[in-house]
Design a protein around this ligand. Structure first.
Ligand SMILES: Nc1ncnc2c1ncn2[C@@H]1O[C@H](COP(=O)(O)OP(=O)(O)O)[C@@H](O)[C@H]1O
Ligand SMILES: [Mg+2]
Length: 458
C-alpha cells in the first residue's frame, strides 16, 4: 500500500515539475526577448533623435555635440558619412568597427537594426540615415553593450531559480500530504476488507470525507453489516431447520419404537400409526417447502409471466379446494368480475393463493367465511383473501413472513404448520414485483391483499 503513495507522489511530482519547467522556460524566453526588443527600440529611438538634430544642422559642431552627449551615457554613437567613413565616435571604435556595415539598399528614415544577437555579440547596434533635402549624407550608428542585457538576464535567472526551488518544495510538501490523504483511508479500507475476508464482520471505518473515498468506506461498512446479518440469519435458519426436522423425527421414532416393542391393543396401535403417518406427511411438506425456498434463494429461479384470465383461474382453484372447504364447513365466496387479466407466472400465483387460502382455512374455526376477491383499481390488479378467523396479534404481523415464524408454536404445530408458507409467499410476490399487505385483528379475522401494479396489458 505504501507503494501506491510513492507511485502517486512520483507521478504528481513529474507532472507538476514538467509543467513548471515548460512554463518557466517560455516565460523566461518571453521576458528576455521583450527586454532586448525594448532595449533595441530605445537605442533606435536615441539614434533617430540624433539624426533629427543632425538633419537640422549638419556641421562639425553638431556632430561633436552629439558625440559628447553619448560619451557620458551608457550607449555609444559613431557618425559616418554616406560612404562609411567615420566622422566622429563617442568611444574607441576599433571594437565597433565590424558593425559599421552600410545597408545594401536604401533604408527608411526610421532606420534599422544592425545587430540584435545579444547572446553571442558584445554589442547590439542600430543605424539611422541622415538625409538633408532628400539626399543621404550620413549615418548614425548606435551601440549598446550587451553586458547590461546579460546582467539583466542573470538577475532574471536568479529569480526564476528561486521561484523554481520554492515551487518544487511546495509541490513536494503538497504531494506528501495529498498522497497520505488518499492512501491512509485506502489503507484502512484494505485492512477492513481483509478482516471481512477472515470472517470478522464487525468492521468500522470512521468516514472523514464525503467524496468517493468516503462513499467507498460507507459501502464497505454497509457490506460488513449485511454480511454480519446474513451470517446470523443463516445460523439461525440452520438451527431452526435442524430443530424443525428433528421434532417430527423424534415423534416418528418414539411411536415406531412403541408400536414395535409392545403388544398393543389394535385401537392404540392404529392411533400411533396415524401419528407416524401425520408426522411423515409433515416432514415431507417441510422438506418440499425448504426446497422451494432454496430454489428461490438460488438465482436460478425464474418467473415466467403470462396473461392469466383471473376468473377461470380462481374458479379452477375453488374446485380443487372444495373438499377442504367442505371438511371444515367453510363458506367460500369468490368475487371476481369477468375479464380481469394479470401478467403472472400461473404456477407461482397458484402457489401464493393456495398458501394464503390454506392459512385462512387452518386458522379459522369451522363454519367460517372466506372470501377471495379480485378487482381492478386504476392500472393495478388487487387480489384479496379475507377470513373471519382467529386473526394475528398486531405486534406479530410484521413477523409472520419470517421463516419458521408461527404465532402459537404449539397450536399451529398441531394444525400441521411449518411457518414457511408465508416466507415462500413473500419471496414469490417480490419476484413478481408485486406488493403484499396484511390487515388482521385478533379474534376478528385477517385480510391479505396483493397488488400487481401496472399489470394491465390487455
Ligand atoms: N389467515 C390467518 N389467520 C390467522 N393467523 C394466520 C393467518 N395466516 C397466517 N397466520 C399466522 O402466521 C403464521 C405463519 O404462517 P405461515 O408462514 O403460512 O406458516 P404455517 O401456515 O405453516 O403455520 C402462522 O403460523 C399463523 O400463526
Ligand atoms: Mg401457511
Amino acid at each position: 500500500m505504501k507503494k501506491l503513495s510513492i507511485k502517486l507522489g512520483i507521478l504528481f511530482f513529474l507532472i507538476i515539475f514538467g509543467l513548471i519547467t515548460v512554463m518557466f522556460f517560455f516565460l523566461h524566453m518571453g521576458i528576455a526577448e521583450s527586454r532586448v526588443e525594448e532595449e533595441l527600440k530605445a537605442l533606435q529611438a536615441r539614434g533617430n533623435s540624433h539624426r533629427a538634430i543632425l538633419e537640422k544642422h549638419f556641421n562639425k559642431e553638431t556632430i561633436d555635440h552629439v558625440v559628447l552627449m553619448e560619451s557620458e551615457s551608457m550607449t555609444d554613437v559613431i557618425i559616418t558619412n554616406k560612404n562609411g567613413k567615420v566622422l566622429n565616435s563617442s568611444s574607441e571604435f576599433a571594437s565597433l568597427k565590424k558593425y559599421l556595415k552600410l545597408p545594401a539598399s536604401p533604408i527608411t528614415a526610421e532606420g534599422q537594426i544592425v545587430e540584435d544577437n545579444w547572446k553571442d555579440e558584445p554589442y547590439i547596434a542600430t543605424i539611422s540615415p541622415v538625409e538633408v533635402n532628400g539626399q543621404l549624407i550620413a549615418y548614425v550608428f548606435m551601440f549598446e553593450n550587451t553586458a547590461s542585457v546579460h546582467s539583466l538576464i542573470q538577475g532574471l535567472n536568479e529569480h526564476f531559480l528561486l521561484a523554481g526551488w520554492i515551487s518544487v518544495c511546495l509541490t513536494i510538501i503538497i504531494i506528501i500530504f495529498l498522497s497520505k490523504g488518499i492512501t491512509k483511508p485506502l489503507l484502512k479500507m484494505k485492512e477492513a476488507t481483509s478482516q471481512l475476508s477472515k470472517g470478522q464482520f464487525s468492521v468500522s471505518l470512521p468516514i472523514a470525507s464525503d467524496d468517493e473515498l468516503g462513499d467507498l468506506a460507507k459501502s464497505i461498512e454497509l457490506l460488513s453489516r449485511d454480511l454480519n446479518y446474513l451470517k446470523q440469519e443463516r445460523n439461525e435458519f440452520l438451527a431452526s431447520i435442524s430443530h424443525e426436522l428433528r421434532t417430527p423425527l423424534t415423534y416418528i421414532k418414539g411411536y415406531a419404537d412403541i408400536v414395535q416393542k409392545r403388544k398393543l391393543p389394535d385401537e392404540e396401535r392404529e392411533k400411533y400409526l396415524n401419528i407416524i403417518v401425520e408426522e411423515t406427511n409433515r416432514l415431507s411438506v417441510l422438506i418440499k417447502e425448504l426446497f422451494d425456498l432454496a430454489k428461490i434463494d438460488q438465482n436460478s429461479f425464474a418467473i415466467q409471466k403470462e396473461r392469466i384470465d383471473l376468473r377461470p383461474f380462481f374458479t379452477k382453484m375453488e374446485q380443487k379446494l372444495s373438499l377442504a372447504f367442505q371438511e371444515k364447513g367453510i363458506n367460500f365466496t369468490l368475487q371476481c368480475p369477468q375479464n380481469i387479466f394479470i401478467q403472472a407466472d400461473p404456477l407461482r400465483l397458484e402457489q401464493i393463493i393456495l398458501n394464503l387460502l390454506d392459512n385462512s382455512i387452518k386458522y379459522s374455526q369451522a363454519g367460517a367465511d372466506i372470501k377471495l376477491k379480485a378487482w381492478q383499481h386504476k392500472k393495478s390488479i388487487h387480489i384479496s383473501i379475507q377470513d373471519n378467523g382467529k386473526g394475528i396479534p398486531e405486534k406479530e404481523i410484521p413477523l409472520i413472513f419470517n421463516r419458521f415464524y408461527r404465532v402459537e408454536k404449539s397450536r399451529t404445530r398441531s394444525l400441521g404448520g411449518t411457518g414457511l408458507g408465508l416466507a415462500i409467499v413473500k419471496e414469490l410476490v417480490q419476484a413478481h414485483g408485486a406488493e403484499l399487505h396484511v390487515k388482521s385483528k385478533e379474534n376478528a379475522g385477517t385480510e391479505v391483499e396483493l397488488i400487481f401494479k401496472g399489470e394491465l396489458k390487455q
